[in-house]
Each structure stands twice: as structure tokens, then as C-alpha cells.
Design a protein around this ligand. Structure first.
Ligand SMILES: O=C(O)CCC(=O)C(=O)O
Ligand SMILES: [Fe+2]
Length: 250
């Protein structure tokens, strides 16, 4: 599969805070937080239209093996040539990294020294049964040098830097998981060795409603995208993997 570029940079400052103190604290304690209405309905509608234009005019590809995930993705790295509607959302996502950096350590200290990669993922789940099986975005355990060999270890470098996953959904405001599927299931409290979610004490399902932002610990939180049902809706999401060192091993 494709290895994304590894360049990253210090995060841009945030103009206005996206995260409240209680939300920062929840991300710190649970490793997961959901922020409803992080973006206005209009900005999401415009960004969705721009994303669909890109989907129709550029090439999106499958990452990984189709038994693991069936979405198609493209990586956006040059934001100066990205449609304005998407650009403003991407800027805001990048600024989350600086909010985490400047948070008081009593509110947030799960990860430190955040950087933002120059690329982010635009993913489209188009059609019935499309899903992404349970995984961690930074598979720390699955990519130890002694276990995987040097080549795989070097190839997985970009994934090992991932600290906090930031997702913004570009869907309609009334996405309904029962009707359309496509929920993000997070297996909170699952054991480190659990790759399917059976040990999760508090599984939660996030509806990929337009304007919702989700943040979680890329190393810890096991999650999956539940299979799409047959409504014909496309499920579209932007994902930025904010780099950061875990506090414990820093
Ligand atoms: O779109 C989502 O809700 C999650 C996607 C995901 O897990 C990923 O792309 O790594
Ligand atoms: Fe993921």
C-alpha cells in the first residue's frame, strides 16, 4: 500500500478555540471526544460539494487490502490548490494541534510536542457494505522492529508518529446510523492485544453527522467504520493524523 509523505511541520495557531476545557479533559481522560457542530452547516455543505467534485475528477484509490477496508481515499497535501471550502476546514483541523500544545497540562497531557503532517486523508465510502474493520491508526504493537523486520519498520514510520486522530465528517446533518449504517464504533477500554473489540467495556457509536469532529488517541483507541447500508448516500470524511509523543514514554 501507499506510504504517505512524512514531512510534518509545527502547527498553525488557532484563531478561535475549537475545544472547550471539558472537551480537552475528556480527550485526556478517555482518549476520545466527540465535538458536535464544530463547523457550520453551510461550511460543511460547501466542503462536501468540493469533496464530491474532487471525487469525480481525480483518482481515489484503495489503501490496504480490501478485506480490511473498502473506502477509497486521496491525500490532500497542497492546500493552496485545494478548494477554499475544504481549505478552511483543513486549517481549523491543523490548528487543533496547537490547541493541544498550548493546553494547560492539568487539562491535557496525554501527548506532547504536536506536529501536523502536510497531508491529510479524504475518504469516501460509496455503496452498500463498504466498511473499515477494527484497527488502531498507530499500530504501535503491530510494528515493533523486532517483530516486523527493518523494511516494514521503516515503511510504517509515518503511522508510528501518529498521536491524535482528528476526523471531520462532511455528510448531511441528519445522517442516521440505523438507516444508513457507517457509524464510527470506538471500542473504549479494550485491551492492548484485542484487535476486534471484544474486551471493550464502553463501546460507543458515533454518527458521522456533518460538522461533527472526533478526536482520539491514535495509539490506544481501537475503532472501525460499520458497514454502509443501502441508502445510496456517500459517507465522506477528512482525517488528519496529528503527530505527538505519548507522555509516558516521552
Ligand atoms: O471515517 C471514520 O469514521 C474513521 C476512518 C478511519 O478509521 C481511518 O481512516 O483510519
Ligand atoms: Fe482509523
Amino acid at each position: 500500500y501507499m506510504t504517505p509523505p512524512i514531512e510534518s511541520t509545527t502547527p498553525p495557531p488557532s484563531k478561535s478555540a475549537l475545544l472547550s476545557i471539558p472537551q480537552l479533559k475528556q480527550l485526556d481522560r478517555k482518549g476520545f471526544v466527540q465535538i458536535p457542530n464544530a463547523f457550520s452547516r453551510n461550511s460543511i455543505l460547501e466542503a462536501r460539494a468540493a469533496a464530491i467534485d474532487l471525487y469525480k475528477s481525480t483518482s481515489f484509490s484503495n489503501q490496504n487490502s480490501p478485506s480490511v477496508r473498502q473506502d477509497t481515499t486521496t491525500f490532500i497535501s497542497d492546500i493552496s490548490s485545494t478548494p477554499v471550502a475544504l481549505r478552511s476546514i483543513i486549517r481549523a483541523m491543523r490548528s487543533v494541534a496547537s490547541e493541544l500544545d498550548s493546553a494547560d497540562s492539568t487539562d491535557f497531557s496525554r501527548t506532547i510536542s504536536h506536529r501536523v503532517p502536510l497531508h491529510l486523508q479524504l475518504a469516501v465510502y460509496d455503496g452498500e457494505r463498504k466498511e473499515y474493520r477494527a484497527h488502531r491508526d498507530n499500530p504501535v504493537l503491530g510494528s515493533r522492529l523486532q517483530d516486523v523486520g527493518l523494511l516494514h519498520y521503516l515503511r510504517s514510520k509515518p503511522y508510528r508518529a501518529r498521536g491524535i486522530t482528528c476526523i471531520v465528517y462532511l455528510n448531511s446533518e441528519d445522517w442516521n446510523v440505523e438507516e444508513s449504517g457507517g457509524g464510527l464504533e470506538v471500542f473504549l477500554g479494550a485491551d492492548e492485544q484485542d484487535d476486534v473489540g471484544e474486551t471493550s467495556k464502553h463501546p460507543a457509536i458515533v454518527s458521522p453527522v456533518g460538522g461533527t469532529m472526533v478526536l482520539f488517541d491514535s495509539r490506544v483507541v481501537l475503532h472501525r467504520v460499520m458497514p454502509m447500508l443501502c441508502t445510496g448516500e456517500r459517507r465522506i470524511a477528512l482525517t488528519l493524523w496529528i503527530e505527538g509523543e505519548p507522555r509516558s514514554t516521552a
